[in-house]
Design a protein around this ligand. Structure first.
Ligand code: ATP
Length: 292
């Protein structure tokens, strides 16, 4: 069974406060993109256990892989006696702020549910997804969503207009989500994005409103952007090339620009590939993601 695990971007990302248990309360808009990892699931009749292989030697192929962990969680709960082979071909950059691992986990849940006829609906899969990671329930749901609480309170939203392009550029640095949140001083933030204005603009299909200054904004950039000036510099390249807005996704370091003109987006991609050969640059679009 072939599945596509799509990458997400954050059209806005606000952190409201740090709870006493250390978790951060967020308010952010998630959008799936057309970039995806390919996953192939094969049942192994009468051969229990999970075997995972991947095209990237530097990510785990055992229970530390989020796809493995997700498959095991469901197979243990439902006492599936057959085994499972997972072949994972990763195209989403790793540790990039694009939720690649979370999306793989979500597709493993969806795939195992289908493959072994477990009969779980979306809400039941999302409940189990929350045990794997904060972004996994959203990845099960897919599409566009407002995410609140610690990421588990999700409200579906209409997608961005599908005639826009999303240009992704990941500089050659790796960022740990945990370290970025630890370094964030929420009480010292002097600006918060207007996430409500963005959800309204999405409902109205208003791309200018979605990308307006102070609306498309990520507070985590105060941490990652300060440490790595290349992030601002890529954003400036995209803005100069005609992006409506350009910000960092998640905890970074990937930067994305929203273009309402495909030619300009392509020219910008080609120019970034020339001027920043160590970065990885992709042109994609808003997408819905795989359904349960
Ligand atoms: P987020 O946006 O949710 O913070 P990310 O895109 O920054 O996620 P991931 O690509 O999901 O980060 O990977 C983070 C870490 O998780 C990596 O260090 C990697 O070793 C580990 N990992 C476990 N399973 C996977 C997987 N299936 N794909 C990628 N990384 C995985």
């Amino acid at each position: 069974m072939f599945l596509r695990a799509h990458a997400k971007i954050n059209l806005s990302l606000d952190v409201l406060r740090r709870r006493e248990d250390g978790y951060h309360e967020v308010k952010m808009v998630m959008q799936m993109t057309g970039m995806y990892d390919r996953m192939n699931l094969l049942p192994l009749k009468g051969r229990p256990g999970i075997r995972l292989s991947t095209n990237l030697p530097y990510i785990p192929a055992d229970e530390n892989n989020l796809a493995y962990k997700a498959a095991k969680l469901l197979m243990d709960e439902f006492e599936v006696t057959d085994g499972l082979e997972i072949r994972l071909d990763k195209f989403i950059p790793v540790a990039a702020g694009l939720a690649g691992g979370s999306s793989d986990a979500a597709q493993a849940l969806i795939g195992v549910n289908r493959l072994f006829g477990l009969g779980l609906d979306t809400a039941e899969l999302m409940k189990r997804a929350a045990r794997i990671g904060a972004d996994v329930p959203y990845c099960v749901m897919g599409g566009t969503a407002l995410s609140e609480g610690i990421g588990e309170v999700l409200t579906p939203l209409p997608s961005m207009p599908d005639n826009v392009c999303i240009l992704l550029c990941k500089p050659n640095i790796n960022v740990s989500t945990r370290e970025v949140y630890t370094a964030l001083r929420v009480d010292q933030l002097d600006f918060h994005p207007d996430v409500d204005a963005q959800t309204e603009a999405l409902r109205a299909g208003d791309i200018r409103g979605i990308t307006a200054k102070g609306v498309m904004y990520n507070v985590l950039e105060t941490v990652t952007g300060e440490k790595y000036p290349v992030i601002k510099s890529i954003e400036n390249d995209m803005l100069e090339a005609g992006a409506l807005a350009a910000i960092m996704s998640g905890s970074g370091p990937t930067v994305f620009g929203i273009f309402d003109n495909a030619d300009r987006a392509e020219v910008c991609r080609n120019s970034l590939r020339r001027t920043r050969p160590s970065a990885r640059t992709f042109l994609t679009w808003p997408a819905g993601g795989e359904k349960v």
